[in-house]
Design a binder for this molecule. Structure first.
Ligand code: SF4
Ligand code: SF4
Length: 265
């Protein structure tokens, strides 16, 4: 028996929307009974790319995250009766006949993965393209269409598979129990702007990011006096700034993300 995994490497998503378009191409206008009825053309996506912006000005970091039904190990949606079932390979299916008219299913998913097909009076979600896998295809349409290896699909029971390798490499993946799992989520964003006085920016200052006693990252301020670190670790972080004859500045980053303006004395 297969034990499917669809592993999303968040850092590799470039917001190309190939996953969204290919899913629509596969499922709009076609029924794959008994697994799924076709989706609506508009106002319904079984996968969508969520964009998160952090920081401000020219220190913005953008993260793109393709989001699907997770095909949870213990699906909350299944507690709403027999219209939803979980297959032995891990795929969670909303039965397109039994679920007809059951709009309350939309509230059963804590991840907001179920959407309403108003034309068919039907709650629907990603099927992991089970109709293709059952017919012998190696991967779902969206995975096939992804050009960056952001989406990785395979069988965890095959120790040689890429997904099995990713799970053994990344502890975060071992903590998730659904078919769809994520890694490469951005860490803390630490940014700042350094000035020589109230009018003049400080270019070329050395900036270090200290975690415990260790310098975990080092950079220099750019022509605008700005510095930025992404994927900074959890725990107490200190920023240390040094520039020529000026007194060094050290400060503790108290929030998850930090953006400071510093005038050197
Ligand atoms: S993500 Fe939501 S819809 Fe998908 S299996 Fe989990 S609870 Fe059900
Ligand atoms: S696995 Fe299939 S149904 Fe699910 S989002 Fe990808 S293309 Fe759509």
């Amino acid at each position: 028996m297969k034990n499917y995994a669809l592993i999303v490497d968040v850092e590799k998503c470039t917001q190309c929307y190939n996953c969204v378009l290919s899913c629509k191409d596969e499922h709009f206008g076609f029924d794959f009974l008994p697994i799924a009825a076709g989706c609506q053309e508009l106002e319904q996506h079984w996968v969508d790319v969520r964009i998160t912006e952090r920081g401000k000005g020219d220190k913005v970091f953008v993260t793109c995250r393709p989001e699907f039904c997770l095909h949870c190990g213990d699906p909350a949606c299944m507690r709403f009766g027999d219209a939803v079932y979980r297959r032995e390979d891990g795929i969670v299916i909303i039965d397109p006949v039994k679920a007809r008219g059951r709009k309350e299913l939309l509230d059963s998913c804590p991840h907001g993965a179920i959407s309403w097909n108003a034309e068919k009076n039907l709650p629907q979600k990603c099927t992991l393209c089970a109709h293709l896998l059952d017919a012998g295809e190696k991967e779902p349409r969206c995975v096939e269409a992804c050009p960056t290896s952001c989406l990785n699909f395979g069988d965890l029971n095959d120790p040689e598979s890429r997904v099995a390798g990713l799970v053994s490499e990344h502890e975060a993946l071992r903590r998730q129990d659904g078919v769809v799992r994520y890694f490469g989520e951005p860490g803390r964003v630490i940014t700042g702007s350094v000035y020589l006085d109230e009018k003049e920016v400080c270019e070329g200052a050395q900036v270090e990011l200290i975690h415990g006693d260790e310098c975990v990252a080092r950079t220099r301020t750019n022509g605008f006096g700005d510095f930025k670190f992404r994927n900074a670790p959890e725990g107490e972080l200190t920023v240390s700034i040094e520039y020529q004859g000026k007194a060094p500045v050290h400060y503790v980053c108290e929030d998850m993300d930090s953006d400071r303006e510093i005038v050197l004395a």
